[in-house]
Design a protein around this ligand. Structure first.
Ligand code: HEC
Length: 143
């Protein structure tokens, strides 16, 4: 093998390796949403629901009711992620009070008061980020 050829081969191998790494690291826009949702979850929800979502956060002893295992939302709903129920549970603003006392804070209010101008669109975006994250941690991979 000539010197030139082996240099070319080595260069090709390096390029291939770089391309493979780039492919492996390629992320989709929704991965980014999920990552943000995860951060929000750790900041706002993990206290009760635990960082892994199983419901054993440090605040557990202060609650009358153990938070549900959020990884089993799909499994407990015939394999389908209960999107609307989860959205309503997180937003909380429109839940009828006849549902009784819930220990789950109303995040719609919280997010509304923390976003600039209380923009409804931003509130919905934050809730959706959380939902995308929750869907990504479903035990069966979600449906
Ligand atoms: C102060 C403790 C606490 C915090 C903080 C909290 N939750 Fe909850 N959550 C609960 C409890 C308790 C329940 C069960 C409520 C019930 O059944 O009445 C619950 C229920 C839920 C449900 C409903 C599950 C179902 O099967 O319908 C979802 C979804 C949920 N929480 C998501 C979240 C998210 C997302 C956050 C953060 C934005 C959060 N929770 C923050 C305590 C908490």
């Amino acid at each position: 093998m000539t010197m030139l050829k082996s240099v070319r081969l080595a260069a090709t191998a390096t390029l291939l390796a770089a391309a493979t790494t780039a492919l492996a690291q390629e992320t989709s826009p929704s991965d980014d949403v999920i990552a943000t949702g995860r951060l929000r979850f750790e900041r706002n929800c993990a206290l009760c629901h635990g960082t892994d979502g199983r419901g054993f956060g440090p605040f557990l002893t202060q609650l009358n009711k153990k938070p549900p295992d959020l990884r089993l939302l799909s499994r407990n709903n015939a394999g389908y992620f209960p999107l609307k129920r989860v959205y309503d549970a997180i937003d909380g603003r429109m839940l009828p009070s006849s549902h009784g006392t819930t220990q789950m804070p109303i995040w719609g209010e919280t997010f509304k008061s923390t976003v600039a101008g209380g923009s409804e669109t931003l509130v919905r975006g934050r809730i959706l980020e959380l939902i995308m994250y929750l869907e990504s941690i479903q035990a069966d991979g979600g449906v």
